[in-house]
Every structure is written in structure tokens, then in C-alpha cells.
Design a binder for this molecule. Structure first.
Ligand code: UDP
Ligand code: MG
Length: 314
């Protein structure tokens, strides 16, 4: 049996190497037990840190690692979709670069597949305030999916999931451009097996680990660190401009009411209030879109995405 592991990657230099090494040894175990092989498909979602260098160095050592490079950031869903399209395994596992998810879970997923499941979802137990955050996040994703006409119904996210070749083929063949796997895998007709697992570390341990890795990187120096213009910086700029416009409008309203004490003042005030409302609304929509790009990959489309599969880097 061949196992494909798809990892979407956006600026994960602090923990990438550690997570990759862990998955590699787990996949080697699975390959041994199932008398098969494995591949890791790392999808570089327009990383601007040293993640790409880490990936390229790993790919030179390990021929089972394949890299898909996006020319820009298209979001996690676009990345996993591209990874799933490229995967050649009998099973396709989607996981994150995340220290909270113990890599051993993929072995449990494979066992469920061997017991006959086509789609398996593994959920990490919520830690601390996460339960509440998940509920609020789900609410916004549902709203945004409706607003931006994303197909499918959102029913919560699995931290690690597995798809049989059959299920992956069906999902890949769907004609939808904006694929949001989190909602679409529910209506392709397979029964979904679900289970929960505990986190490997606590949130505090993770923060400490990341800080340590950052300090190490700083000490070593990052000669290849790229500082390119990226979409993620745009929201704060636009927010600043909106805030400035709103401040000017507020001042305008105040002056209008002070200077024109007759009916004209009220008309001016109304005009300004409407303008403020429009500015607020557009800021809100802008943020919603920014959230969508991060979470869903709204702008993914075949025309505007260019990606290169570098299976033979060495
Ligand atoms: N990720 C990505 N593109 C993005 C944001 C995230 O490829 O624009 C990757 C990220 O590197 C990680 C996974 O998607 O491997 C999940 O990211 P994150 O932990 O930020 O999101 P969440 O776990 O909350 O879904
Ligand atoms: Mg995460």
C-alpha cells in the first residue's frame, strides 16, 4: 500500500524540520507494516521565510518528499486541493504543520482505512478556551461561505483526515473552482468515520518551543530570509486608510453640526453618517475577505495559480 501525506505550508520555518522528521519516521513504519511505500507532498503556499530552503534541503536527502510551489499565497484549502490532485497513494492523508497534533494519529487513520472506511476524520481535543473559539470560528466560516457562494456545507474541521484513493478521485474530479474540502467531503456520499485524539503538548509548551526555535534561528542568522511583499501585509494598510477616512468624516460631521445650525447642518450630518456607514461596511467586508483568503483560499482558480511540481530536485 502507498501512503500519501499532504502538508500545506505557509511560513513554518520554526517547526518544519521537526514535524517533517516525525512524519517521515511514522510513514516509514506504516510502509514497513503494510509492505508498501510512501510520499510526502509539501505544498509551499507562497512562503516568505526560509521554509522553502528547508524543504529543498530535505528533498535532496529524501526522494519521497515532493514539493509543490505556489507563486503566491492562495490559502490552505487551495494548497491541500493541489496536494490531493498530485497525490498518487492508495490513501491520501491531509495534515497540518502543527506541533499540537501527534504524528502517531496517521497510523490510527490508516487502521480505520484498513477496516473499510473511505474517509476518516481525526479531531484534536479542544484545549482551554479553544472550544469557544472553534464555535465562533465555525459561525464566521459558515457566514462567509454563504456570502461568497462557496459550495457545500460546513460541519466543523478535522485536524487530520484520510481519504481512500476512491474518495480522493471523486473529490478531485469535482468541477468546482473554489474547492473548500472542509465542506465538500460531506456530500460526496462516503460515510465519514470520526475519532478524537489528545494533544501531544500543551499550548504553553508549544509557545516555548517556537520561541526557542526562533531564538536559535536568530543566533544562527537567516541569510536566505526573504522579505517579499505579500498579501498578508495589505489588510493593516487598508485598515489604516479606512480609519483615517472615518476620522475625517467624524470631524466633518461634527463641524457641519456646529457651523450650520439650520436644516443644512442636518443634511450634511446625514451625508457624513451614510459615508461613515459605507466606510465601516467596506472595512468589515475587507476583513472578512482577508479571513477567507487565509482559511479557505477564496482566490484559488486554475487561471491565476501557477505551481510547479519539483519531484526531481536532485
Ligand atoms: N497554511 C497555508 N496557507 C495559509 C495559512 C496556513 O498553507 O494561508 C498552512 C499552515 O502552514 C499549516 C496549516 O495550513 O500547515 C494550518 O494552518 P494554521 O495552523 O494557521 O490554521 P488552522 O490550524 O487554524 O486551520
Ligand atoms: Mg493549526
Amino acid at each position: 500500500m502507498k501512503t500519501s501525506l499532504v502538508l500545506p505550508i505557509y511560513n513554518e520555518q520554526e517547526i518544519l524540520q521537526e514535524v517533517l522528521a516525525k512524519y517521515k519516521s511514522e510513514l516509514e513504519e506504516i510502509a514497513k507494516e503494510t509492505n508498501g511505500t510512501y510520499e510526502i507532498i509539501a505544498v509551499n503556499d507562497g512562503c516568505t521565510d526560509t521554509s522553502v530552503d528547508i524543504l529543498m534541503a530535505e528533498a535532496k536527502k529524501n526522494r519521497s518528499l515532493r514539493i509543490i510551489n505556489f507563486d503566491d499565497r492562495y490559502g490552505k484549502q487551495a494548497a491541500v486541493t493541489a496536494g490531493m490532485e498530485a497525490a498518487t497513494g492508495d490513501v491520501v492523508i491531509l495534515a497540518d504543520i502543527d506541533l499540537l497534533n501527534p504524528v502517531g494519529v496517521i497510523t490510527n487513520l490508516v487502521q480505520e482505512y484498513q477496516n473499510g472506511s473511505n474517509i476518516v476524520y481525526a479531531y484534536r481535543e479542544a484545549i482551554g478556551r479553544e472550544k469557544m473559539r472553534r464555535r465562533v470560528g465555525g459561525f464566521f466560516i459558515r457566514g462567509a461561505s454563504l456570502l461568497f457562494d462557496i459550495d457545500g456545507e460546513y460541519t466543523g474541521k478535522a485536524n487530520i483526515s484520510l481519504f481512500s484513493r476512491h474518495a480522493a478521485d471523486v473529490l478531485v474530479a469535482l468541477p468546482n473552482k473554489n474547492k473548500f474540502l472542509r465542506t465538500m467531503d460531506h456530500w460526496v456520499g462516503f460515510e465519514i468515520k470520526k475519532f478524537e485524539f489528545a494533544s501531544e503538548y500543551s499550548k504553553t509548551e508549544i509557545t516555548q518551543k517556537v520561541r526557542k526555535a526562533q531564538a536559535k534561528k536568530r543566533a544562527e542568522g537567516c541569510p536566505t530570509m526573504r522579505r517579499e511583499k505579500s498579501r498578508e501585509h495589505t489588510p493593516s494598510k487598508i485598515y489604516g486608510v479606512c480609519a483615517l477616512i472615518m476620522t475625517l468624516l467624524f470631524i466633518g460631521t461634527w463641524i457641519a453640526l456646529e457651523v450650520f445650525t439650520d436644516g443644512l447642518g442636518v443634511i450634511w450630518a446625514l451625508v457624513f453618517i451614510i459615508a461613515i456607514a459605507c466606510a465601516l461596511l467596506s472595512t468589515g467586508l475587507f476583513f472578512l475577505r482577508a479571513l477567507m483568503v487565509k482559511r479557505i483560499g477564496l482566490i484559488y482558480s486554475e487561471e491565476d495559480m501557477l505551481y510547479i511540481i519539483e519531484s526531481d530536485v536532485n
